[in-house]
Structures are given as C-alpha cells and as structure tokens.
Design a protein around this ligand. Structure first.
Ligand code: ATP
Ligand code: MG
Length: 573
C-alpha cells in the first residue's frame, strides 16, 4: 500500500504537466478480479453495480464509487448496473433518482439496459423471507424498540434471546402475513433472522429483516406495509442480478458476515462476494448526505447544486470537467485504509484538464482605467491572439487595442516593492498580446484612491519585441479595451469550510460552525474581452493570469453573463 494511505492527509504527487494522463494508484480490487478470472470463478465474468439509496444528491465520494464500479466493468469487459437500493420510503424521492441518473451519465458512464430498483424485487424478497420463516431461520419479534436495543447487548455484553424467538413457524408465518396486510401498527412487530444473540459481531445478533412502515413508496405506492431492511435487501438484490463483485465502503465490513448469511440461507441464483474499500474524504469538505442535506435545508448554500458543494451537480455547475473527476478517481486509487485526501489533489486534476481544454481569454476582475496618452481617441487596432497556445486548430480570437484600457487594480502599486514587476509610477510593463506601456501619471479621487493611470505605449514592442535600447521588461499583465470589452458578473469561490476537517467542531458546536463566511464573492461588472460574448456552456475559459472559468448554467443569460471560477491558476502570476 502506498504511503499516501497512511498519512492523515494524503499527499499524492501532484501532476501538473498538461497532457500527461493521471497516474493510476494501486487498486487491490484488480488483483482480486485477476485471480478470480484466472480460477474461472463466476465463469470469468465481472458484473459490478453502483447501488445508491435515492435519499440525496450524489457527491464526489459517490463519484469515486461510480468510477471504481463502472471502471472495473469497463476494464474487464463486464457490465455495471445502476441499482437504486430504495428500501426506505421515508427518505427517498423521485427527484433523487432523476438527479442520480443524470450525474452518473454526466460522469461518462452508461448502464445500458441495466437500470434496476431493489423495490422491483420486493415480492421475491418477501417470498424468500417466508421461506426463512418456514425453515425456522427467521421469526416475528414483538419487543418494543427500546427492548430490542436492550436485548441486543453491546460490544462488551452479549445479547439476550428475545422471548419471541421460539414462536412456531406457523405462528410466525401468520403474523408476518398480517404484518404485510397492514393489521399492525408501526413498531408492533419486526421480522428478525434467527442467528446468534451472543455473536461477537453485533450484526449477527438476530438482525432485523423487515419492519412495518405505513409510508407510500415513490415507486410501489401503497402496495407495501412492510419494507425489507437495507442489509437484507442488498445482498439478495446483488444475487438476483448475478453481481460477481459487490464493492462497497469499509463501514460495511462488519456487515459482510450477514451478507454471506443471506446468500447462504436463501436459495439465491448466485453468490456474490462483498469487498470493501476506503471511502473518500476530502479536506475542507463534508461528505455525509445528511450534513449536505442540512446545508441545503437551512439555506446555508443555494441548493444541492451550489457550486461550492461537493456534490456532482455542484461540481458540474462550478465547471469541473467530468474527465478531471475521472482522473482524480484514478490518481487516488482504491485503498483499504481510511484517509483524508487533500482537496488540492482534486484541484490539481481540474487544472491539468482545464489547461488542455480551456480557451484563453483576458478578463479584468477589478478594473482600473488606463489612458494611453500617445494614442489618438479613435485608435482601434485589431490583434489576433490564439485561442489555445497548443491547439492551432482552435483558431484565433479578436481583441482590440485602443486609447482607454482596463488593467486589474492588483497590477498597480503606487509605492511598489523592488520585486514588484508590474505597474507603478514611472514603471514599465508589457500588456499581454500587445505593447509595452509606461506609467507617466496617476489620478486619484478626493479620498486619495487611484482611479486612473496615464501611460504611454511603445509602438515597436508588439509581438514580444523589446524596446529600442533592448532593455528587459519583466512583467506581463492582462488588460481589455474599455471601448470593446463586455461586462459580466463573476462568482469567486473560496473553500466551503475554513478548517481541513470540518467534521470536528469545538465542544458544543457542530460542523456548521466551521463554514467559511467568505466562501462566495460576487464581483459585479467585471470587464471581459469581447470574444467571451460567444461563450458557451460546453466550453471552459482561462482568464489569463486569473484562473479557469465557465458560464453559470443556472444564472447566466446572453444579456447578463455570469461566470463561475472553477479553480485558480497555480502558475505564478
Ligand atoms: P447514506 O448514509 O445515506 O447511506 P451513503 O453516502 O452511504 O449515504 P449510498 O447511496 O448508500 O450513500 O451510497 C452509494 C454507494 O456509494 C455505496 O456503495 C457507498 O459505499 C458509496 N459511497 C458513499 N460515500 C462514499 C465515499 N465517501 N467514498 C466512496 N464511496 C462512497
Ligand atoms: Mg449507504
């Protein structure tokens, strides 16, 4: 196992060179599959599944599970099912099944004909439960919820047999059928497996198989008054679908003996095996659906697809390319030990991909006007920089040089340090794709704030040429023509939480106390080069020297453009 899995904050090597495929980290699952294929287990087949519960939107952790499951199926010429484990009608909604399908597709995976729902198997699962009752392997228990807990014991104390454990098969069958018919109230009875109340594994202490829930289900409506427990329905659904490698996260490791009990004691058509890998945790984010739902419900973010959210829909709206997420999943690999992955690894995967695909543009986020005094008012000069430095096929774009331009406030200092190679009184700088200018004068408002620079330009310096005496001009800054630029709003994002591990909060506070109050900055009326009027949702844009941006899919309109910052540049500005 690589050392990244042992560190509290894993530090996978950064791979910033564009075009280089993401290095693949270790994947122990492949070794298992290779062995299974070599021994002809499962007739050499690989069938995996991604089994979300439709009770929330998918997040980047799920993206990892999707890449693992669909990725393995792809690699081994097998298939991967999308199965909704929809056994809990109280928390599940159609909205979630729709968004989950959209997210998996967007990530670039295709389940073909293999879209399934555990609820489609309810009748079969019910019949198998009756079979267990008939074989005295399951019984109806009428303990109250509190007593169920008490009888279960804990890690140090063994459980106690339920007084209902010795009910006859006939009595159990009759009660179970009446549970189905709706004769009892919720909590009055449950169906339990008869295994071992003294087992060291709590999951084997007569786990629940069915509970009464008089809640309509988003797919089966009011047909059912009882619902199978997830731990019961899941292995049986895997078996029905002939899943060969049932891959899930580590918290299910202790559930595996019960998973195996189910496939051994129910006459299932196949015997899948469960394998566990470490779930993805990322610094500065929370990954629990319950916590993400809280942020949405309490309106601490604008919705599941808020671009600051670690949801797939949030990352998509933020502008992350699906390829970047797939590369990230590859780079972090599949390990057996829990770790906290540095968010910068995800950001670096985004930069690598964005560098490849983004159109180069210039945009001034905090405009400061510059008047070029040795140009006539009507001066208009068309320049044609390339859309991408390494992709001539993307062609050229048009920008205009004119008497009044904007540069970014941060590229000017009235009293610059000696290592500030941008503009200051008397200093020279090169305008990217254009000329060298020199600052001659500074205009201020009544409060002393610099509001305009008076500069001259050097006409022989176009195309990167030096001034006449050959002196070096070190700094290059971006700019736009005041007359030709367009305006837009820009959303800048900071981290959603301001501590690396938001799940740990000070005494008496919860994870929300770690929210970063400055995670969103909206800049109004920023100045963009005119080519960005043609920006499309499908494209990504590098605002040179600033970062990578894309149109906001929800709020941007042709007459009022809104861009989201995907990630900044690591290259020094
Ligand atoms: P819940 O608490 O609602 O069960 P969940 O995040 O486990 O939340 P599921 O819908 O059960 O949600 O997850 C679907 C699949 O995604 C499961 O196989 C689960 O193991 C996997 N998964 C969930 N979270 C992560 C994560 N952070 N990293 C990797 N895989 C994950
Ligand atoms: Mg789960």
């Amino acid at each position: 196992m690589s050392s990244e899995n042992k560190n509290p904050i894993a530090n996978a090597t950064k791979n910033n060179s564009p075009g280089k495929p993401a290095a693949e980290a270790n994947n122990f699952l492949k070794q298992i599959i290779d062995k299974d294929i070599a021994s002809n287990k499962h007739a050499g087949k690989v069938v995996t599944r991604f089994p979300p519960e439709p009770n929330g939107y998918l997040h980047i952790g799920h993206a990892k599970a999707i890449c693992v499951n669909f990725g393995l199926a792809q690699e081994y010429g097998g298939r991967c099912h999308l199965r909704f484990d929809d056994t809990n009608p109280e928390t599940e909604e159609v909205e979630y099944t729709t968004s989950i399908q959209e997210d998996v597709k967007w990530l670039g995976f295709d389940w073909g004909q293999n879209l399934f729902y555990a609820s489609d198997y309810f009748e079969q699962i019910y019949n198998w439960a009756e079979g267990l009752i008939k074989e005295q392997k399951a019984y109806v228990c009428s303990l109250s919820e509190d007593d169920l807990r008490r009888y279960r014991g804990d890690f140090t104390n063994p459980g106690k047999d339920s007084p209902y454990r010795s009910r006859s098969a006939d009595e159990n069958l009759e009660l179970f059928r009446r549970m189905r018919a709706g004769d009892f109230a919720e909590g009055e009875h449950v169906l339990r497996a008869k295994i071992d109340m003294k087992s060291a594994n709590m999951n084997l202490r007569d786990p629940l198989l069915y509970r009464i829930r008089k809640t309509a289900h988003h797919r089966t409506g009011n047909k059912w008054m009882i619902y199978p427990m997830y731990d019961f329905a899941h292995p049986l659904s895997d078996a029905i679908e002939h899943i060969t490698h049932s891959i899930c996260t580590l918290e299910f490791q202790d559930h595996r003996p019960f998973y195996d009990w189910c496939t051994e004691n129910v006459p299932v058509p196949a015997k899948p095996h469960q394998y566990e890998f470490a779930r993805l945790n990322l610094t500065y984010l929370v990954m629990s659906k319950r916590k993400l739902l809280q942020l949405v419900k309490e309106k601490l973010v604008s919705g599941w697809n808020d671009p600051r959210m670690p949801t797939i829909s949030g990352l998509r709206r933020r502008g992350y390319p699906a390829q970047a997420i797939r590369n990230f999943a590859k780079r972090i690999g599949v390990a057996k030990a829990e770790s906290l992955i540095d968010i910068e690894i995800l950001e670096s995967c985004a930069r690598d991909e964005l560098d490849e695909i983004s159109h180069r543009t210039m945009a001034v986020l905090r405009p400061l006007k510059v008047v070029i005094e040795n140009l006539v008012d009507s001066h208009q000069e068309e320049l044609q920089p390339s859309v991408h430095p390494k992709k001539p096929e993307l062609g050229k774009r048009k920008i205009y040089f004119s008497k009044e331009i904007y540069i970014d406030e941060s590229d000017f200092m009235e009293n610059p340090d000696s290592d500030f190679f941008r503009l200051g009184p008397g200093k020279e700088v090169r305008l990217r794709n254009a000329y060298v200018i020199q600052c001659k004068d500074v205009k201020k408002d009544s409060s002393g704030k610099v509001i305009e620079l008076i500069c001259t330009y050097d006409p022989i310096t176009l195309g990167g040429k030096p001034p006449a005496d050959g002196r070096k001009v070190k700094g290059i800054i971006h700019w736009v023509s005041a007359r030709h630029c367009i305006s837009a709003d820009v959303n800048l994002y900071g981290r959603l939480f301001n501590v690396a591990n938001p799940d740990t909060a000070p005494e008496g506070l919860d994870f929300k106390s770690n929210l970063n109050p400055n995670s969103l900055t909206v800049l109004k009326n920023v100045k963009l080069e005119p080519s960005l009027q043609e920006a499309t949702l499908a494209n990504r844009y590098q605002f040179e020297r600033v970062g990578y941006f894309c149109l906001d899919s929800k709020d941007s309109k042709p007459e009022a453009l809104v861009f989201n910052m995907i990630v900044d540049l690591t290259t020094h500005k």
